[in-house]
Design a protein around this ligand. Structure first.
Ligand code: ADP
Length: 410
């Protein structure tokens, strides 16, 4: 639960950051495009205005004989009054009558918003007589409503595209973040489960040992023989605790990539013979049979201690989960320079559902029975880690006619 919340918080933070970066990038992109288009649209008009102003001042054209139909020429006297109303025509009475005039804008280009409706680019020139005295002003205006309309449409389009793309990108990045975070959530969950399971498993033997010892202390004069059952239980649980700690340390080392292989050339068949020696007698006592069918016969570069540990886990399990008069077979063979090791038994077998989980930490099909047998539920996950470290695989199949068959390929 906690890990889900932490990841959710991270996801939200990531989303906000992604959202801000995407929005900023798009705004920047829009501003650049808008200004670029605006500049190129107004550049043409400004060039035309400058040309007309120059032509007018050089007396190349007559103001009353306008050559560029787009331009409006407004002539003002020294008192800034318009003196060519007639040549301006209807536009004068419609809205140009209120045209503002700013002397400080002489010789510069500017934008005018007339009657809050019409947009013009303009240039103002000063008229001088032959003696160089100011005689009046000429204002040349070009209507840019078309350009403004184009720019407004562009702005609307950029806004719409930005909103759509931001939504799409945010959704895509949300989906991708969730996908990337999923394995992290899983591993966090597994980590928490592992710690919970480990502390639970450690607590049980400790609680039994403490309780039994307290009981023994309450009867200091009792004879050991009378309390042998309690004492042997304390010893059994202590052993269990030691085994559990050893296995937990192996898994912790593998999690932190500290589980290194010390490879050497070994003959697996010889190793199996050596390991099974002590098990064969033990199995006999339990009226079980161990058969060997060893054909690998080549030297392989493997970690001897870890392979021994792997074989012991499988052999231990095979003995644990078989009954009297049942048998265990260990088989080896080589194929394509790989070694195959099979450990099969005619025991209780593993259900299809359990097969999916047996390599998980602390998984036990029957917790009570496993505990009774001294099992910790960590054996097969250690076996899996050892095989993976060697670059191989381990799988579990049904044995025929009954029981379990583990196949390892390295
Ligand atoms: P445990 O210490 O409980 O044996 P393992 O990780 O070695 O833990 O095994 C996990 C579970 O897989 C066991 O609890 C048992 O249910 C099942 N299992 C493992 N080996 C065998 C086998 N040879 N036959 C039947 N069940 C097995």
């Amino acid at each position: 639960m906690l890990e889900k919340m932490i990841v959710k918080e991270e996801l939200i933070k990531n989303m906000i950051l992604t959202f801000c970066v995407i929005v900023l990038l798009f705004i920047l992109f829009d501003v650049i495009i808008y200004n670029q288009v605006k500049h190129s649209l107004y550049e043409n008009i400004d060039n035309e205005l400058i040309q007309c102003a120059n032509n007018y001042c050089l007396n190349i054209i007559n103001p009353f004989d306008k050559q560029n139909p787009r331009m409006i020429y407004i002539i003002r006297d020294i008192n800034e009054n318009i003196i060519n109303e007639k040549s301006i025509g209807r536009m004068y009475n419609d809205y140009l009558i209120s045209l503002p005039f700013d002397k400080s804008l002489v010789n510069s280009l500017y934008t005018l918003n007339i009657a809050n409706e019409y947009k013009y680019r303009g240039v103002t020139m000063q008229l001088e007589n032959f003696e160089g005295i100011i005689a009046g002003y000429v204002q040349i205006l070009a209507n840019v409503d078309g350009e403004t309309q184009t720019l407004n449409t562009l702005l609307g389009l950029l806004g719409l595209v930005t909103v759509i793309l931001v939504i799409i990108l945010v959704l895509v990045s949300y989906g991708l973040s969730r996908r990337t975070l999923r394995p992290i959530v899983e591993s966090l969950k597994k980590q928490t489960e592992f710690v919970q399971n480990a502390s639970h498993e450690l607590r049980t033997p400790i609680a039994i040992i403490q309780a039994k010892q307290q009981l023994l202390l309450q009867e200091p004069n009792a004879k050991i023989i009378d309390k042998s059952e309690d004492i042997s239980l304390v010893i059994k649980e202590s052993k269990r605790l030691t085994k559990l700690i050893r296995e937990l340390l192996i898994l912790a080392a593998s999690d932190s990539n500290n589980l290194e292989l010390k490879k050497e050339n070994i003959n697996v068949d010889d190793l199996i013979k050596e390991i099974t020696k002590s098990y064969i007698d033990f199995a006999k006592i339990e009226k079980k049979e161990i058969n060997l069918d060893l054909n690998s016969n080549i030297y392989y570069s493997l970690d001897k201690d870890k392979i021994s540990q792997l074989l012991i886990i499988l052999l231990d399990n095979a003995i644990k989960y078989t009954k009297e008069n049942e048998s265990i077979e260990i088989k080896t063979y080589s194929k394509d320079s790989k070694i195959f090791i099979e450990v099969a038994d005619t025991g209780i077998g593993i259900s299809e559902e359990a097969k999916k989980h047996i390599f998980e930490r602390f998984y036990r099909e029957d917790k009570a029975r496993s505990r009774e047998n001294g099992g910790t539920g960590l054996g097969l996950s250690i076996a899996y880690t050892i095989v993976k470290l060697h670059g191989g695989y381990i799988k579990v199949l049904n044995n025929t006619p009954k029981g379990t068959r583990f196949i390892i390929k390295i």
